[in-house]
Write a protein that binds this ligand. Structure first.
Ligand code: FES
Length: 95
């Protein structure tokens, strides 16, 4: 099963393939910014991918639109729209 590592805490979590990054972080006990309850609207749950970007689900046009709207790099991922398919390491700008 894929392992998600959260930086800088170093916490790791083994997850089922297809788990949302948002859910993985919550299960690891980390706070995730949100004002839409993971309803794919607010864009506040974005994360930066430090390793394993290729092991995350494809970034669709709606996710890209949210990142552009909020002037975030397209290399960021909206965690409630991104599924874990393999090992990765992520962080946020507030952890
Ligand atoms: S929590 Fe609002 S877009 Fe992810």
């Amino acid at each position: 099963m894929p392992i998600v590592t959260f930086f800088p805490s170093g916490k790791t979590l083994e997850v089922e393939e297809g788990t949302l990054l948002f859910d993985a972080a919550k299960r690891a006990g980390l706070p995730v910014a949100s004002s839409c309850s993971a309803d794919n609207v607010c864009g506040r749950c974005n994360m930066q991918v430090l390793e394993g970007a290729q092991n995350l689900s494809f970034q669709g046009t709606e996710e890209s639109r949210l990142l552009r709207r909020d002037k975030n790099p397209l290399s960021d991922r909206i965690s409630c729209m991104t599924r874990v398919l393999g090992h990765c390491m992520v962080t946020t700008r507030y952890w």
